[in-house]
Design a protein around this ligand. Structure first.
Ligand code: UT7
Length: 327
């Protein structure tokens, strides 16, 4: 039997503060009806002023480690997928390592926006399958509330904060990560980006005055690309493994917009009941969206040993990807 990486523990964390569509009505020219109708989102969680991405990531990681029945000291590596790190450097993964109190291992961040968790899962899977490392922590965490322009109704209604974590371990059984499929298209970088704060537009009064520290998005175009890329990568993951949509117990898509998931369901001719949807409560939590949805799915007891689940995401970059898992 080849070595596979199996998910042996899951965790998630969302901040306490709830921001409803009705709260947003008081902040920008929008309405609960518009947001619900166009996105499916009712409310989202917002990190406090003191909370940064590594705090959310750490709390989700603690739950995942406990769920796995291991100790932080059993980890061989930590990968955090985020585009809202606590600081430009060090990596948020190093800060999670410090909070977990583990030494003698390596930790790094992956920047693939909303596809980040699937990218991180894929990288971790290669380390484990190769036999080099045995146990790894993979986290998707973002605090988009910190980079959202709260005066821009086109974007501020969409995002929320959170973290999801998974512990992967080498296993010689036939369950685990079966295949991962990653793509990016840098030519589409300007569909979704934060222009300021990096080396292109370093912090300055002019940068702040022009509001370059906030998310810019071309929503309509992003929507279309999201539907096409996620549908295609799902088809590829199925074809590559000789499976059909009927073989998948549950699809766990990135939670950006209910209409995106509905369009994928229609394109693939798979009923909506076979897609996990939880975006009403959290909005788009970027890299945290897929692992939070996965955590909830497993908690709900809907997945049995031997079931196939398919994770899929897209995000800034643009990036997209899928991961087929046999539970
Ligand atoms: O992880 C990737 C993250 N990004 C995404 O997933 C974004 C994907 N795109 C989307 O989800 C959708 O394109 C949006 C939800 C962002 C927008 O929905 P839409 O159906 O594409 O609306 P639209 O951009 O075509 O705008 C329709 C109208 C516009 O008004 P006019 O020009 O028709 O008068 C907007 O100004 O809706 C207006 N609008 C709003 N109205 C009330 C835009 N945002 C709002 C708002 N409240 N929050």
């Amino acid at each position: 039997m080849p070595i596979r990486s199996r998910i042996i523990g899951l965790g998630s964390y969302v901040p306490e503060r709830v921001l409803t569509n009705y709260d947003l009505e008081k902040m920008v020219d929008t309405s609960h009806e518009w947001i619900l109708d166009r996105t499916g989102i009712s409310e989202r969680r917002i990190a406090s002023e003191e909370e940064a991405t590594s705090d959310l990531a750490y709390l989700a990681s603690q739950i995942a480690i406990r769920d796995a029945g291991i100790k932080p000291g059993d980890l061989d590596f930590i990968i955090v997928a985020t585009v809202t790190p606590d600081m430009l450097f060090p990596s948020s993964a190093c800060l999670v390592q410090q909070k977990l109190g583990v030494q003698g291992i390596f930790a790094f961040d992956i920047s693939a926006a909303c596809s980040g968790f699937i990218y991180a899962l894929s990288v971790a899977d290669q380390y484990i399958k190769s036999g080099i490392y045995r146990t790894g922590l993979v986290v998707g965490a973002d605090a988009f509330s910190k980079v959202v322009d709260w005066t821009d109704r086109n974007t501020c209604v969409l995002f929320g904060d959170g973290a999801g974590a998974a512990v992967l371990q080498a296993d010689s059984g036939n369950s685990g990560i079966i295949s991962t499929h990653l793509y990016s298209d840098g030519a589409l970088w300007d569909l979704l980006y934060v222009p300021g704060g990096g080396s292109r537009n370093p912090p300055s009064e002019a940068m702040l005055g022009n509001r370059l520290q906030y998310i810019k998005m071309r929503g309509n175009e992003t929507f279309k690309v999201a539907v096409n890329t996620m549908s295609e990568v799902i088809k590829e993951a199925l074809k590559c493994n000789g499976l059909t949509p009927d073989d998948i117990k549950l699809f766990i898509p990135h939670q950006a917009n209910l209409r995106i998931i509905q369009a994928i369901s229609k394109k693939l001719n798979v009923p909506m009941e076979r897609f996990k949807v939880n975006l009403a409560n959290y909005g788009n939590t970027s890299a945290a969206s897929v692992p939070i949805a996965l955590y909830e799915t497993i908690r709900e007891g809907k997945i049995e040993k031997g079931d196939y689940i398919l994770l899929e995401a897209f995000g800034a970059g643009l990036t997209w990807g899928a991961a087929l898992i046999k539970w």
